[in-house]
Design a protein around this ligand. Structure first.
Ligand code: ZN
Length: 242
């Protein structure tokens, strides 16, 4: 096999391993991010509940004032009734008293409703706070655990990283540059095998003539579709068939 391609195959294996470490690290970090997000959501909801509660308490206070006004008005009109002379005046006062009695009744019903709503949002707020408190405790444990795991993965990544440094130093700079560009652009895969004349990077067929050249393995070959570096490795199935 072409010497440069041979070195690149090994380098690709190492880089795939490193990418795996990076994936493991980011998966663990995501776990923590999700947990933090979940706590924040609950705290925000608890705040909403508190605000709702404040608004309901204000409504309750306003309504009590209205209710007291109506009670005072009724008292005042009842006193006035004893002084009026005509039946028309009497009727008018009576209507006012009746209207305010109705208003008081409505207000009392609303007050009960507000009380129930206040209890409900207060209960929800307490529940949310308890939940987020529990999750915070779990988060603390999990963060410690995840940090340890990440540390382990990083150690292994460092070891492999040293291996990579050695390998890449053994490659011609222009070839290394080309490979690294492919790695960045092609989702971390720059060197791929061909199986039955098909590039395993993009799954396009390679023209037969080029495939013959790749089989010989004397030069470095590039996939005409995805531009990855190609190599041929005899497949068991092919060997039997051939
Ligand atoms: Zn390809």
């Amino acid at each position: 096999m072409n010497e440069d391609t041979g070195k690149l195959i090994v380098l690709q294996e190492v880089d795939t391993e490193i990418a795996g470490f990076d994936r493991q690290i980011s998966e663990r970090q995501q776990l923590i991010t999700d947990r933090v997000q979940s706590i924040e959501d609950k705290e925000l909801k608890a705040n909403d509940c508190n605000q709702q509660c404040e608004e309901l308490l204000q409504k309750q206070r306003d309504l009590k004032v209205t209710l007291e006004d109506s009670q005072a008005l009724i008292k005042e009109r009842q006193n006035k009734m004893m002084l009026v002379q005509t039946s028309r005046e009497h009727q008018a006062l009576l209507k006012e008293i009746e209207d305010n009695k109705k208003l008081i009744k409505d207000s009392e019903e609303k007050l009960i409703l507000f009380m129930e709503q206040i209890e409900e949002v207060q209960k929800e707020s307490v529940e949310l706070k308890n939940l987020s408190k529990g999750e915070k405790e779990i988060l603390e444990e999990e963060t410690a655990k995840v940090n340890k795991e990440i540390e382990k993965v990083n150690k292994r990544k460092n070891t492999v990283g040293k291996k990579r440094k050695k390998l890449s130093a053994g490659l011609k700079p222009n070839i290394l540059k080309r490979y690294e560009l492919l790695l960045a652009k092609k989702a971390g895969i720059g060197v791929v095998q061909t199986i039955n004349g098909v590039c395993q990077g993009c799954y396009m067929s390679i023209p037969p003539q080029q495939f013959n050249v790749i089989r010989k393995g004397e030069s470095m070959n590039i996939c005409p579709s995805c531009h990855r570096i190609l190599y041929y490795k005899e497949e068991e199935a092919e060997a039997v068939a051939g």
